[in-house]
Ligand binder design. Structure first.
Ligand code: ZN
Length: 510
């Protein structure tokens, strides 16, 4: 559209909005660093004291995002004729801040305070319930939490299903109506494929990993791999935590953590590659977006597509291990002596129904997500009651994976998400796989030598493709817009189901 002259009021609103946006970003960057510190090296005694300072800064940040001035700027800038004239970056920032503003305004502040306290208590109760393997200890808290989330859904509003309002927090624009057919297709094909795999006589050698792998050597290897993959160590660092994560403090400081288990080197190797995928995304966002709300990833699902792309579509390929096998053998000559590359490759791709989501393989992982999605939807719609969860959980585990957890600790109590109020989050993980596979299909068209590049260790070309097509845009586009821009199509489950079919048919001689 032709550039029009913006009147003074609008110019003033843009200036004021941009300043507030930047201030919120600065506070958020500091809060991010505090969060990283609390999850890594902060001394135990200082944590609760510092938590108060963090609380003060969070409150100030929140107040600014819902301030009268912010409301006025957003009112001016989101008028259709004004909005149209803004540059695309400012439009995206207004879209994001307005969404945040509207949502915050919809929840009465006393209800929100109640929620924050509930989340903290529910989290403590969950930890205790899990330690004691006693679901009844968590049940009343979870009942209150689900009730609270249903109220949130009413405050936020929705067209068809109350769960849509919660999904939208993690995957803007996504609804049950769009998600059901995608997941249904993925679930059916995954179960069918799993059944065939289980009947295959070709079983990988699992004993390879059941021995001691020196943790110091694992650390060395993890450092070596992330550098090769294009992670910029001048713009980040790798540390150790129980629950690995990636955190983008700013575009020049994106940190990752990992966990080393002596008896399970796969945890550190694939966990590190996964977090590197998240980190490459945030290191790759256009640096001019620094100080603006759009400097982060488009959505949880798109973020997860980047971690899973690296972990699975790059890191679990035969070509990847062709390139790295001598290196990993040099680190663990004793453990891997007599193990061929083929055996190693098959072992890192072993498919086996298991009880714990975070330890699941590439195929069965999505079934763990489907189960949680169905349960969350049922809880929010009122079709499932919290008290019945252990039974519903175990029944679905049997239906989808053919295994029944021997305890609630290994079943319904395994994930932290619900205790925090993170209802609507789980689908992001499988969406990441779906988006990732569709992006892979596009990469293969544009980089026909993709697997050769991996085999030759030329990861920078792959990183550059992702940076140019996905990473640089940050939150400029909504997830639906981005997947369409990158691949030319709406999200379609066939790319992931075809990929899984091809990969495992070959691996298991189906
Ligand atoms: Zn992730």
């Amino acid at each position: 559209m032709a550039q029009q002259v913006l009147d003074e009021t609008v110019k003033q609103a843009i200036k004021q909005f941009t300043e507030m946006d930047e201030k919120i970003c600065h506070f958020t960057n500091i809060l991010g660093l505090l969060g990283w510190d609390a999850r890594t090296y902060a001394p135990k005694k200082g944590k609760p004291i510092f938590a108060k300072a963090k609380g003060t800064l969070s409150t100030e940040t929140f107040k600014l995002s819902v301030s009268k001035e912010m409301g006025e700027c957003l009112d001016t800038l989101s008028q259709p004729d004004v909005f149209e004239q803004l540059d695309s970056e400012t439009r995206a920032c207004v879209r994001e801040r307005k969404k945040e503003y509207d949502k915050s305004k919809q929840i009465p502040s006393d209800v929100y305070n109640e929620y924050v306290i509930l989340a903290s208590n529910a989290n403590d109760a969950w930890e205790e319930a899990r330690a004691k393997d006693d679901f009844s200890h968590f049940q009343p808290y979870l009942e209150k939490m689900i009730d609270m989330k249903r109220r949130f859904a009413e405050y936020f509003g929705y067209e068809k299903h109350p769960y849509d309002a919660l999904l939208d927090e993690f995957e803007p624009g996504l609804t049950v109506e769009k998600l059901d057919p995608l997941f249904c297709d993925l679930r059916k094909k995954s179960i069918e494929l799993l059944n065939r795999i289980q009947q295959s006589p070709r079983k990988p050698r699992n004993d390879i990993f059941n021995q001691n792998y020196d943790v110091e050597k694992q650390k060395e290897f993890a450092q070596f791999i992330i550098g090769k993959l294009g992670y910029d160590l001048d713009a980040g660092r790798l540390d150790e935590t129980t629950h690995p994560f990636a955190m983008g403090i700013n575009t020049g400081d994106v940190r990752i953590t990992t966990r080393y288990e002596p008896e399970n080197p796969r945890m550190a190797v694939f966990g590190t590659i996964h977090e590197t995928g998240h980190a490459l995304y945030e290191q790759g966002v256009n640096s001019e977006y620094e100080g603006r709300v759009i400097r982060r990833g488009s959505s949880f699902g798109i973020h997860e597509s980047q971690s899973r792309f690296l972990e699975n579509f790059v890191g679990r390929t035969k070509e990847f291990w062709t390139y790295f096998y001598d290196d990993i053998k040099a680190h663990f000559p004793h453990q891997l002596s007599g193990v061929s590359l083929e055996e190693f490759y098959r072992a890192v791709n072993c498919v086996e129904p298991s009880l714990i989501r975070v330890e699941a393989d590439e195929l069965t992982y999505n079934l763990h997500i489907m189960l949680r999605y169905e349960i969350e939807k049922g809880l929010i719609a009122g079709d499932i009651e919290v008290k019945d969860l252990p039974k519903v959980w175990n029944d679905k585990m049997m239906d989808y994976l053919g295994v029944i957890p021997p305890s609630n600790r290994l079943g319904v109590l395994q994930d932290v998400h619900w205790s925090h109020g993170g209802v609507g989050y789980f689908p992001s993980y499988s969406l990441g796989n779906l988006y990732g596979a569709q992006i892979l299909n596009k990469v293969l068209q544009e980089l026909p030598d993709f697997y050769e590049l991996i085999q030759n260790g030329e990861f920078m070309k792959i990183r550059e493709w992702l940076r140019e097509n996905v990473h640089q845009y940050g939150k400029l586009y909504t997830p639906a817009e981005l997947i369409k821009k990158v691949t030319g199509e709406d999200l379609d489950a066939k790319y992931l189901t075809d990929y899984l079919e091809q990969k495992f048919t070959k691996l298991y001689d189906l």
